[in-house]
Design a protein around this ligand. Structure first.
Ligand SMILES: NC(=O)c1ccc[n+]([C@@H]2O[C@H](COP(=O)([O-])OP(=O)(O)OC[C@H]3O[C@@H](n4cnc5c(N)ncnc54)[C@H](OP(=O)(O)O)[C@@H]3O)[C@@H](O)[C@H]2O)c1
Length: 157
């Protein structure tokens, strides 16, 4: 598949490594621009791109940046992106340690709904409840013992 990844940190970098290894075509972006992703591109064969190019790049687009940074993404990031492109949210809300308090979430809005409002786009939540190192190292082929199940949550069939 063609996959865009916005965020190239612990989870974005891990997904870039794992998904390219599985043969997917990955375009990856961060806040500092493609030049800063040269090492990851060399290591994985992923294409370093701008965030707008990453949003347009795939059948699936993964948004994997700290929750508090989501509002910094352009409001029209997904304008013109086909409705059947699945947007994945890996985010977790850490008000004390990282994100500060986000009023709507504090008032009871589910955090992925808040992300949807920010992006103007439905999201499917996945990869948010596995530690990055385990995502990198503990994948096992179907049929083997000790596989890890990951929940996928969304209301897009
Ligand atoms: N780490 C884990 O084990 C883990 C597990 C499950 C879920 N999560 C969640 O997944 C999300 C990502 O976590 P992480 O640990 O991968 O974060 P991280 O290592 O801090 O990486 C954050 C990435 O987001 C990019 N970024 C920040 N603002 C951006 C913007 N405005 N536009 C484009 N890129 C931007 C950063 O790019 P620059 O470096 O260029 O700024 C960096 O590549 C968080 O919500 C986290 O809670 C993390």
């Amino acid at each position: 598949m063609k996959i865009g990844i916005i965020g190239a940190g612990q989870i974005g970098g891990t997904l870039t490594r794992r998904l390219t290894k599985l043969g997917h075509e990955v375009c990856v972006a961060n806040s500092r621009g493609p030049a800063s992703l040269a090492d990851l591109a060399k290591e994985t064969g992923a294409k370093p791109v701008s965030i707008r190019q990453a949003a347009q790049a795939g059948e699936v687009v993964v948004v994997t940046i700290p929750e508090a940074k989501i509002p910094n993404l352009p409001k029209d990031l997904f304008a013109g992106v086909a409705d059947d492109v699945v947007v994945i949210d890996t985010g977790n809300y850490y008000p004390r340690q990282r994100d500060g308090r986000i009023a709507d979430i504090e008032a009871g809005l589910a955090e992925s709904r808040w992300v949807e409002h920010q992006l103007g786009r439905p999201v499917v939540k996945v990869f948010n409840n596995i530690y990055t190192q385990h995502l990198l190292e503990r994948g096992r082929p179907a049929g083997s013992r000790g596989r890890i199940a990951l929940p996928v949550a969304g209301d897009d069939a």
